[in-house]
Design a protein around this ligand. Structure first.
Ligand SMILES: Cc1ncc(COP(=O)(O)O)c(C=O)c1O
Length: 456
């Protein structure tokens, strides 16, 4: 089949999520990717593109890692599928559960598996409600999270997420999902307000939400250590200490979503380590299998687990689970990925190239389109603005972020623009210094191209 035919088929038959469907119907796929090697993906027209977004923040080890492919193949040839319902198991998933809880921060002791970050979020929400019933607190159901947070797409996960375009016309969020401010210091600070003062204001807003909703009705506060789907928003100075003080004051369950930050993105194994978070539970996905297999995990502490078990006496079987949870191939790939992370000292590598990456991004701050650059590890958010002096954003209808994303693509760099005109830059964690320089050079060129398109 010709490339033109597959593009036409995709436009006619394939409904894409998180896609402008009108544009897709008219123009077809923005890229038809056929292969990948290292940090580079190749499209069906033979173009080689540096993947500056790690697929969707998951391809930590880049593409065509032979060891991951071999691990999957070995498992497929031995035990390609096994359910984990009814107490059945297989050795690889048992070993992975043990390994994950040992790696996790905050004294986690149990792991439950799913196939995506969304399912992990949903599982936690359901288990929080289930646990609270067992504890005689069935009214403790409200989930508090932040605007612009992103925890997935299922009905509950999107309700706890704070992305207005994912709520509009779906009749969501569900009731009982409350939101506090997003910690975007650059855009939202008041004149003369320091990062610490801003952080204190964010914590005060969290406290307001807790008090307004009733502290004894709050099931959990949900957060990513650094917001990813919100546009790579690095928490400002003093933010997490101030927020955690409020969470502790009201004895609220603190759930940390490590789906993007986990396994090295921020220069530590967990974002929780980077910002000194003390989670009561964790969700993990993406780099758990380096993106080579859909798998996620919910990690919980022993007291949470024991409360869940209390329900067994009255209800019997835990009425929750997924057919492909703990899939043998996913578990084998995750085990291999964890081995590779250790053997190549991936975290050490991220730390060693991080300043090259962040300095390169920071230098883009001189560009007339760029108002702010903030990042950590190999994770950076770049805010585009119309007026650097006033921090005024472009009219959203001009889609300037999308323009930069398209210009970058034309120059051979894949990045993601996220409203309001933020560029999220998070290359595979194996990227080397030369590849970083090249990616930054292409982004600088893309900004110049966009500037010209805007009539300058
Ligand atoms: C922080 C975070 N949590 C959860 C999810 C949902 O994961 P999935 O798309 O695998 O359902 C995402 C997806 O990007 C995410 O970025």
């Amino acid at each position: 089949m010709s490339t033109a035919d597959t593009h036409a088929l995709d436009a006619r038959r394939h409904v894409h999520g998180q896609t402008d469907l009108r544009r897709h119907d008219a123009d077809g796929p923005t890229a038809m990717v056929v292969s990948g090697q290292g940090v580079t993906i190749t499209t069906d027209d033979g173009r080689e593109i540096i993947d500056g977004f790690s697929g969707l923040g998951c391809a930590s080890l880049g593409y065509s890692n032979r060891r991951l492919a071999d691990a999957a193949h070995r498992q497929l040839a031995t035990l390609p599928y096994a359910p984990t319902f009814y107490g059945r198991s297989h050795p690889t998933v048992a070993t992975l559960a043990d390994r994950l809880v040992a790696l996790a921060p905050g004294g986690m002791s149990r792991a439950m598996f799913q196939c995506s970050g969304s399912e992990a979020t949903d599982s936690l929400i359901k288990l929080l409600w289930y646990r609270n019933s067992a504890r005689g607190e069935p009214e403790r159901r409200t989930l508090v999270s932040r605007w612009r947070g992103y925890y997935g797409n299922t009905v509950a996960a999107v309700s706890v997420s704070g992305q207005p375009h994912m709520h509009a016309r779906f009749g969501l969020p569900l009731e009982g999902f409350a939101k506090t401010e997003t910690p975007n210091y650059y855009l939202n600070h008041r004149d003369g307000e320091s990062e610490e003062e801003f952080s204190a204001r964010m914590a005060a807003d969290l406290e307001r939400v807790i008090v307004e909703n009733g502290p004894d009705r709050i099931a959990a506060f949900f957060a990513e250590p650094m917001q990813s789907g919100g546009g790579a928003i690095k928490p400002p100075e003093g933010y997490w200490p101030a927020m955690q003080a409020v969470i502790k004051r009201y004895g609220i369950h603190f759930h940390v979503d490590e789906v993007v930050c986990g396994f090295g993105r921020t220069g530590n194994r967990w974002g929780s380590e980077t910002w000194g978070l003390e989670p009561d539970s964790i969700t993990s996905a993406k780099a758990l299998t380096a993106g080579y297999f859909p798998m996620s995990a919910l990690l919980m502490k022993e007291d949470f687990y024991s409360d869940i078990v209390r329900n067994a006496d009255e209800v019997g079987v835990l009425g929750h689970g997924f057919t492909y949870a703990g899939h043998p191939v996913g578990a084998a790939v995750a085990m291999e990925a964890l081995d590779i992370y250790d053997e190549i000292d991936l975290i050490g590598h991220v730390r060693s190239v991080s300043s090259r990456f962040l300095d390169g991004c920071q230098a883009l701050g001189d560009h007339p389109l760029v108002g702010d650059v903030r990042g950590v590890g190999l994770f950076c958010g770049i805010q585009l603005v119309e007026n650097k002096a006033t921090r005024a954003l472009f009219d959203p209808a001009r889609k300037v972020g999308r323009l930069v994303q398209d210009c970058a693509h034309d120059r051979g760099l894949y990045l993601r623009s996220i409203d309001p005109d933020r560029i999220s830059f998070m290359p595979p964690l194996i990227i080397d210094a030369d590849e970083i320089d090249e990616a930054v050079r292409r982004l600088a060129g893309a900004l110049d191209d966009a500037w010209k398109h805007l009539g300058h």
